[in-house]
Design a protein around this ligand. Structure first.
Ligand SMILES: [Cu+2]
Length: 312
């Protein structure tokens, strides 16, 4: 008899615990969603999509961001470099041709195919675009950040010139939308080739300041292996601090590539300027040398500043 009573008491205790636990969970979820929405304030609806589908957390104030690693559910994968594989999360980067005569204007055409080899035609808009294509030669020179357009059959195309002979890496950075509406952020990479005599350039020395198109660009921050750290960039023109303009939904777009395998790192931009500077959160998985490419816009023109970074 007393056993039954205590069993009943246990059940009601458990039920109470479940109710309280559920309330706590609901409050936490509400807080988390509020944060996500707050982070997207001033951005587009799609910024909210990219934030809420990532399945990972960010430092407070982090807005729209890139998914450089393997999938959108990258709680752990965030520490890994992406773009090392032609297929990831069931999506395959399928160029229609990979050879380009060096220095001649051409056209890159490709599809993203799903696990059934069907061309994917539904993509989420992230950073103002449904597809971001990065092209760089294997010695990390010749960086290009392009935005292909898609035909209704899922074939993407973009004008492309591989300026110098060599093997080049192309990264497709996108968020695919499955039949059930599920979204997967993917970065896949493929090699392109410009036949001819390849004369690789050594990686420039590490520096935190550089000049491009009359601007001096410098950054502050202390990237470390295995950590996500802030980097803030300032851009100075002839008359002092340059008036940065929004480009791709933020005040700058940063790509970081690893020397040796051209691994593509995670970078999360802040949506708004911080003290007139562009701030990013960079995750560096391992020691090594990296090349940073910062795209920024001034006077309706986009410029790219490059830096070599050594992680001891
Ligand atoms: Cu882009």
């Amino acid at each position: 008899m007393s056993d039954q009573v205590s069993a009943v008491a246990d059940r009601s205790t458990i039920r109470l615990a479940l109710v309280v636990g559920g309330l706590v969970l609901a409050v936490l979820l509400g807080f988390g969603l509020g944060r996500l929405n707050g982070g997207g304030t001033g951005g587009t609806a799609t910024a909210g999509v990219s934030s809420s589908t990532g399945g990972h957390t960010h430092p407070p104030g982090t807005g729209v961001h890139d998914h450089g690693a393997v999938t959108g559910t990258d709680g752990q994968a965030g520490a890994e470099a992406g773009g090392l594989s032609v297929s990831s999360s069931g999506y395959t980067f399928a160029p229609l041709a990979t050879e380009f005569p060096a220095g001649q204007p051409g056209q890159l055409r490709f599809q993203v195919r799903d696990a059934q080899s069907r061309p994917v035609t539904r993509f989420a808009v992230v950073h103002d675009k449904p597809m971001h294509l990065i092209v760089v030669r294997r010695d990390l020179t010749g960086y290009q950040h392009l935005h292909p357009t898609m035909a209704p059959d899922g074939t993407w195309s973009v004008p492309l010139t591989l300026a110098q002979p060599g093997v080049w890496r192309a990264y497709a950075d996108f968020t695919a939308v499955a039949d059930d509406g599920g979204q997967t952020a993917v970065t896949v990479g493929v090699d392109l080739v410009a036949p001819g005599g390849y004369q690789p350039r050594p990686l420039p020395k590490p520096a935190t300041s550089t000049t491009v198109d009359g601007f001096t660009v410098s950054y502050q921050g202390s990237p470390q292996a295995g950590a996500t750290v802030p980097l803030t960039f300032r851009v100075d023109g002839a008359g002092g601090v340059a008036a940065l303009e929004r480009y791709l939904g933020a005040y700058g777009h940063l790509v970081a590539l690893r020397e040796g395998d051209l691994g593509y790192l995670h970078v999360h931009p802040e949506l708004e300027l911080v003290d007139g500077q562009v701030k990013f959160w960079l995750t560096v998985p391992d020691p090594g040398r990296y090349r940073l490419y910062l795209d920024f816009q001034v006077g309706a023109n986009v410029h790219t500043a490059e830096f070599t970074l050594t992680i001891p």
